[in-house]
Design a protein around this ligand. Structure first.
Ligand SMILES: Cc1cc2nc3c(=O)[nH]c(=O)nc-3n(C[C@H](O)[C@H](O)[C@H](O)COP(=O)(O)OP(=O)(O)OC[C@H]3O[C@@H](n4cnc5c(N)ncnc54)[C@H](O)[C@@H]3O)c2cc1C
Length: 389
């Protein structure tokens, strides 16, 4: 007979990003005794554009958070360029947002507050060094300086350098580097970017750059294959300079990796589940990851709470649920990245010149359509395959 009284918590969640916040809230709301561990003090900085797509906005509102308060700006216009040229601006006719822009420290702290309000205990400045399944006795989380914590189930939401992912054996076949600065913008520059963002289809295959406005701060960054590191660094510096922003004070200037899981990569080992970046769950083309983190975190938290209540089948079911929610979407993102990597000018043409191209893009960002659905349209598969050659 298993001695459950030896467990410190029902569920331990590692990492207080969007995946961890969502997991801890879901598990606590289901009645589990939850502990959320974070190595940093909160609020903590995270290199991220902070652009929220429709699915992220819906999730945040469903968690009871006030999106209007969290969002610094809602953007309804998009300027697109192809390696700095062929500039085109499109605006949504109904004024509804393309993206809502948040500061990640503020979003993540609000999600942690929601988890705390649901009953989770939060421990910051707590570095997890290892995690392992311990059979019927539960799972063990080792903490620097100790003592270990024991729980019925563990959710690893500890980002791209995840300890839990190493234990689970997550495999990733796409590693990108994002380089990004937060620039303090004087009033006239901030006014130029009011409610307007920019996307640049980059010169390094599969790369792109962005300006995400947040009032008197502009988040400017690029993302592309890590293997193209020196070319990405050169693209980043040129991008900022060409936009006339090189002289602005840099409040933050940092880089961060993103990793996309390989098809069939595990997301569970025994009582240890992984979610968000730790699981390699993000869109391969846009590298949008907040909606993936929020959704997978919620699934993992619910499964972990169910396991703590005796339903171990919920842990068995987690990989299939992840596949059902993200599998098709990620396969479509890979297909699009392949096309985009070879023919960025096609993407530029689709969005700038094709009637309905911009509106289709915004429908996908809103979550009202998907890349998979569009790629599955009659004839499209053949055209995409031909263009990707
Ligand atoms: C440059 C760049 C721009 C991006 N822009 C966007 C965007 O605009 N929109 C979007 O949707 N996505 C964007 N993304 C992706 C997005 O940032 C991630 O997908 C998202 O942060 C994943 O959330 P997460 O909770 O899984 O991981 P994280 O947000 O990385 O959170 C992990 C947490 O775990 C903690 N942690 C790590 N190790 C340990 C440990 N050993 N012990 C305890 N705690 C630990 C970390 O401190 C951190 O708080 C961007 C990514 C990059 C690199």
């Amino acid at each position: 007979m298993t001695d459950t009284s030896a467990r410190d918590f029902d569920v331990v969640v590692i990492g207080a990003g969007p995946a961890g916040g969502a997991a801890a809230r879901a598990a606590a709301a289901a009645g589990a005794r939850v502990c959320l561990l974070e190595r940093a003090e909160l609020p903590r900085y995270k290199t991220c554009g902070g652009g929220l797509v429709g699915i992220s906005r819906d999730h945040i509102s469903a968690a009871g958070l006030d999106l209007a308060q969290l969002a610094r700006v809602e953007v309804d216009a998009l300027t697109i360029t192809l390696d700095g040229r062929y500039r085109v601006t499109r605006r949504r006719r109904d004024g509804s947002p393309i993206l809502a822009m948040v500061m990640r420290p503020e979003l993540d702290a609000a999600l942690v507050d929601a988890a705390r309000a649901a009953g989770a205990e939060v421990r910051t400045s707590t570095v997890v060094t290892a995690v392992r399944d311990d059979g019927p006795d539960g799972a063990v989380v080792e903490i620097r300086g100790g003592p270990d914590l024991r729980a019925s189930a563990v959710v690893g939401a500890d980002g791209t350098s995840s300890r839990a992912a190493s234990y689970v054996g997550v495999r990733c076949d796409q590693v990108d580097v994002g380089l990004e600065a937060e620039l303090k913008a004087p009033a006239e520059i901030a006014a130029r970017w009011e409610r307007r963002m920019l996307l640049d289809w980059g010169p390094v295959p599969g790369s792109y750059g962005w300006i995400f406005p947040k009032g008197d701060v502009l988040t400017v960054g690029v993302i592309g294959a890590r293997d193209d590191g020196p070319a990405m660094r050169a693209y980043y510096e040129r991008f900022v300079t060409q936009l006339g922003l090189a002289g602005l004070p840099r409040l933050h200037d940092s880089g961060h990796l993103t990793r996309v899981r390989a098809d069939g990569s595990p997301v569970r080992r025994g009582r240890v589940l992984v979610a968000g970046d730790a699981a390699g769950l993000l869109d391969p083309w846009t590298r949008e990851g907040i909606s993936f983190a929020l959704r997978s975190g919620r699934l993992a938290g619910a499964a972990a709470a169910a396991a703590a209540g005796g339903d171990l089948g919920a842990l068995d079911a987690y990989p299939a649920r992840v596949e059902a929610v993200f599998g098709t979407e990620m396969t479509a993102g890979r297909t699009l990245l392949k096309l985009y990597g070879r023919r960025p000018e096609v993407m530029h043409g689709l969005m700038s010149a094709l009637p309905g191209g911009f509106s289709l893009f915004t429908r996908i960002i809103d979550g009202r359509s998907t890349v998979a659905r569009q790629l599955g349209r009659p004839g499209v598969t053949r055209i995409v395959a031909a263009l990707s050659r």
